[in-house]
Write a protein that binds this ligand. Structure first.
Ligand SMILES: NC(=O)c1ccc[n+]([C@@H]2O[C@H](COP(=O)([O-])OP(=O)(O)OC[C@H]3O[C@@H](n4cnc5c(N)ncnc54)[C@H](O)[C@@H]3O)[C@@H](O)[C@H]2O)c1
Ligand SMILES: [Zn+2]
Length: 359
């Protein structure tokens, strides 16, 4: 089973036999390859290495690393550069990254910066990775000052969504992944929201396939029209100015998707008086998030700490914070300037449960 998702200059495929799909993409290139996998999916990395070797590629090395947001930093990139050089990498060596979004962001950036850029291929093993992180060529790492502050646009030569990887994904990762699916639905596929509300996150890979394909299609469409984020691609940052600040303020204890769920509600609250975001759309969004088991309010939140973290966000222009705000389902605006007082009160509102009929 394989599903080809068209629209980008490189192939994006989703399927259950990811190792075979990678071999089909890498084999004809006859590259020398290095496989880097997240330790938690080491076995999947090995399957990929075996399959590309069988397809005629020379595998220079298989590297397993600890992934996660706390490892998405420069030291990991430097260690990868060392491993690649010691394995004999040159400008034609293909790096195959097998893991979630933190792994593909980091390995993609290591590939972007070694020898002024060597080719890489992403194999996504989390929902966030399959519908979002592995697609679109944004690579990067975090800095103590904030998330994703160092990076490069460096598109992969291909993307494989490893659907069978879902089988080992803990419930928490399945749920947090759904936040990006909800975001995709708001940005470009309103009908997907209804499906999300009926979706069983405990389901097996077959159940995930159509959902992953639809959410990934939204991302592919946006990235195809605006690969370098000059305009429309900014809409994919919906909820993310809040999310990145919440993650940073929690010292990365809060998973990305959990922060995105909260960020989506906060963006909706800000949009209420600014874009005419309808209450009905807001409630559909909250309903979908909650049906996936995501929290839409957070206890013990210190708005000042979150606002402090926002000051280093990349999306500021000349020191003014701009937000991506929904106007209605399928219509998301970027560059909306919001006064600090309104951001502060939205954060306070995020500390309270949604009252019936409330926001
Ligand atoms: N580049 C982009 O365009 C883009 C887009 C969205 C998100 N991101 C980034 O993606 C990151 C979040 O990605 P994520 O949610 O995949 O996080 P992650 O990579 O940290 O993966 C989540 C956890 O699941 C584990 N894991 C991965 N695959 C597994 C599997 N199949 N079975 C069991 N465990 C598995 C990981 O080790 C980790 O502990 C953030 O850093 C975010 O900034 C990037
Ligand atoms: Zn995200």
């Amino acid at each position: 089973m394989k599903r080809i998702l068209d629209g980008l200059p490189y192939p994006v495929v989703a399927g259950r036999d990811a190792a075979q799909l990678v071999a089909e993409l890498a084999g004809p290139l006859r590259h020398r390859t290095i496989v880097v996998s997240d330790r938690l999916v080491e076995r999947r990395g090995k399957l990929v290495a075996d399959a590309v070797r069988a397809a005629g590629c020379d595998v220079l090395g298989v590297v397993n690393i600890a992934a996660g947001e706390r490892r998405k930093h420069l030291k990991t990139v430097t260690d990868l550069h060392t491993a690649f050089l010691h394995a004999g990498a040159d400008r034609h060596t293909l790096v195959i990254a097998v893991g979630g979004g933190t792994l593909t962001d980091t390995v993609g950036f290591a590939a972007a910066t070694l020898l002024r850029g060597i080719p890489w291929l992403a194999v996504a093993t989390t929902i966030v990775g399959m519908v979002d992180a592995a697609i679109g060529g944004k690579t990067g790492i975090d800095r103590p000052e904030g998330k994703n502050l160092v990076g490069a646009f460096w598109p992969p030569v291909g993307v494989v969504a490893d659907l069978d990887a879902v089988t080992t994904l803990p419930l928490r990762e399945r749920r947090t992944g759904m936040a990006e699916v909800v975001k995709a639905a708001i940005v470009g596929d309103a009908e997907l929201l209804e499906r999300i509300a009926l979706f069983d996150v405990k389901g097996d890979p077959q159940v995930w396939e159509p959902l992953v394909a639809r959410a990934a299609a939204v991302k592919i469409g946006v990235v195809a029209r605006d690969p370098l984020e000059r305009g429309e691609r900014k809409t994919l940052n919906l909820g993310h100015t809040f999310a990145h600040a919440l993650e940073q303020a929690s010292r990365y204890r809060m998973p990305h998707g959990a922060a995105v769920a909260l960020g989506l509600r906060a963006a909706g609250i800000l949009a209420r008086d600014r874009t005419g975001w309808p209450h009905a759309d807001h409630r559909r969004m909250l309903h979908a998030l909650r049906r996936c088991g995501l929290h839409v309010h957070v206890r013990g939140l210190a708005p000042e700490a979150v606002m402090g973290a926002m000051r280093t966000d990349k999306k500021r222009v000349n020191g003014i914070l701009r937000f991506v705000l929904p106007a209605k389902l399928g219509d998301v605006r970027y560059g909306c300037e919001v006064p600090a007082a309104a951001v502060h009160s939205a954060l306070k509102e995020l500390g309270t449960a949604v009252a019936s009929g409330g926001w």
